[in-house]
Design a protein around this ligand. Structure first.
Ligand code: FNR
Length: 353
């Protein structure tokens, strides 16, 4: 039983404008990384423990906040493309599930409004913009609005190449929505290089980790890590966590599936900081494999968007709740009563075929 049924993806496709659907589901280049992501988790097999009294199985997690589930909502841009309430619907779903939510820098709602819905900790994703004062001001606003961590996306010095659709129409997004979170930091109307100012700065380095920590006083997690040595480099530069991700296959096509990259990163980090993972996780068994391999939390990207597109807040909530229920169910069958009871001996990678 897949936790996020194929029918959800089909309903989302039916509900969305075809160009928006393409924007959400396609990856970069030839889609190799997108296509491999989920299959890579399904190569793992479990070695369950037995006779363990699993009447109560808990999924609670402490990770820059207290959560009732290790299944989080990955940052993704422009939620008003999917449902009229946009990020407010996503935030209400996160609150209902007790799930960590990461709000994208590219939000269609001011971060303060989103924070007011969550009314507790949440994390803010950072793209450092070419005008750094905009990013500095935004991360301070995030801190003041209750963010408990920053997630610096490291794999996007610029946006990956996605072959256009036949229509090649721009996304149906007004400037007002696209700029909702940064409008107050932009120069007065009439400046025609606004998009330049808020584009990603391709020149950032690991120095940015310390800069963000300094500006905000918040722990900084680096997202987009696929190698143990790069994870260590980020921790040495001050990262408080690393997030294994290939950006849902949207940046460097043929980047390694996260299911394959995770063990290397966990080994290299050796418990110094938490390791988080996303990419192709579609059900509780995928999540169980990731958590057993050493991830502290797993995040869902597209499945939450499919939920939003299908049924707004309720749709996103059902996705996170279903994957959490599936995880809890699978944990008990594997003989684990809490997240601390998961370890790499529970999984074995089998070869394809
Ligand atoms: C993303 N992702 C993303 N990541 C990020 O750091 N900032 C962002 O603004 C976005 N925007 C975004 C938009 C859309 C439409 C998608 C699908 C993804 C990447 C996201 O956080 C995550 O890494 C992947 O989506 C995880 O893979 P799955 O779960 O989609 O397979």
């Amino acid at each position: 039983m897949p936790l996020v049924e194929g029918s959800l993806e089909a309903s989302a496709k039916a509900a969305l404008d075809p160009d928006v659907w393409h924007y959400v589901n396609r990856g970069a280049g030839g889609d190799v990384s997108v296509d491999e992501a989920t299959a890579a988790w399904r190569r793992y097999r479990f070695r369950p423990r037995v006779l363990r009294d699993v009447r109560r199985v808990e999924t609670d997690l402490d990770l820059f906040g207290h959560w009732r589930t290790p299944i989080g909502i990955a940052p993704s841009a422009f939620h008003r493309l999917y449902t009229p309430d946009g990020e407010l619907a996503t935030a209400a779903a996160a609150l209902a599930c007790g799930a960590p939510m990461v709000l994208s820098s590219r939000t269609t709602t001011r971060l303060e409004e989103v924070a007011a819905v969550i009314n507790g900790p949440w994390w803010f994703q950072v793209y450092v913009m070419r005008e750094p004062s905009i990013t500095a001001a935004t991360v301070r606003r995030a801190r003041d609005a209750g963010a408990s961590a920053l997630v610096l996306t490291g794999d996007t010095p610029y946006v990956g190449y996605v072959p256009p659709t036949g229509t090649a129409r721009p996304l149906p997004l007004t400037d007002e929505l696209a700029l909702a979170n940064v409008a107050e930091h932009l120069p007065a109307a009439g400046v025609d290089d606004i998009w330049e100012l808020i584009d990603q700065d391709a020149g950032i380095t690991t120095d940015t980790i310390g800069w963000l920590a300094n500006e905000s006083g918040l722990p900084v997690i680096v997202k987009g890590i696929l190698r143990g040595d790069e994870a260590v480099r980020c921790v040495e530069a001050g990262a408080s966590g690393v997030w294994v991700s290939n950006h849902g296959g949207r940046q460097l096509d043929r980047a390694l599936p996260t299911a394959q990259a995770l063990p290397d990163v966990v080994n290299a980090i050796a418990g110094q900081v938490p390791v988080i993972v996303d990419g192709g996780i579609r059900c509780g068994a995928d999540a169980l494999a990731a958590l057993a391999l050493g991830a502290s939390a797993v995040f869902l990207g597209r499945p939450v968007i499919w939920g939003l597109a299908t049924d707004g807040q309720a749709g996103a909530e059902r996705v996170v709740a279903a994957v959490t229920d599936q995880l809890r169910h699978a944990m008990g069958l594997a003989g684990a009563v809490d997240l601390a009871g998961l370890d790499p001996s529970l999984v074995l990678r089998v070869s394809a075929g």
